[in-house]
Design a protein around this ligand. Structure first.
Ligand SMILES: [Zn+2]
Length: 170
């Protein structure tokens, strides 16, 4: 990083700590000339080189010089994109299944659960199926942010209600 000639002023909000990204970024930077104005709004001075598609292609056409403002907007869009597309970590998975428990169950899921608890406790198989179903659901509440404490509290209340209801059904 120190070897990069004039480009020492890295954006402090930099998210791409990843070495691969950094190398790619400077590769593009060396080849794509910085224009005077932002390539997006064409109003403000170009400030940073940003990726367009979110795929970080080794392709000059997938990058543009944009101003600070546009970069912030892009970053927001990008982190949503990345979060919604990313493999979920175990931690997030746990949060999802916790929040799904608190949500209104669909008729389908209810039926599945009903069947499962008629048999007896959830088998691993059933659990997997249920969590598959949840994975397919859109998760707008996850995009871009941590589940807040309030949400978590709400979830746990909802979850308690859910389990109480289930007990009555059994
Ligand atoms: Zn701009």
């Amino acid at each position: 990083m120190y070897g990069v000639r004039k480009f020492g002023k890295q954006n402090p909000n930099w998210k791409g700590e990843d070495v691969g990204y950094g190398a790619l970024h400077s590769w593009v930077k060396r080849r794509k000339e910085k224009p005077r104005l932002c390539e997006k709004c064409k109003k403000k001075p170009a400030y940073d080189l940003a990726n367009i598609s979110g795929k970080y292609k080794r392709d000059l056409g997938d990058w543009w010089w944009i101003c600070r403002h546009c970069h912030m907007v892009e970053d927001g869009r990008m982190s949503n994109l990345i979060n919604s597309g990313r493999e979920f970590t175990e931690e997030i998975k746990r949060k999802i299944s916790a929040s799904c428990m608190g949500r209104k169950l669909t008729e389908e899921t209810k039926r599945k659960i009903g069947k499962a608890s008629a048999g007896r406790k959830h088998t691993e198989e059933t659990k997997r199926k249920i969590s598959e179903t949840h994975k397919k659901m859109p998760k707008p509440w996850l995009v871009g942010q941590e589940v807040s404490n309030t949400t978590r509290r709400k979830m746990s209340i909802a979850r308690k209600k859910y389990w109480r209801k289930r007990k009555q059904l059994e």
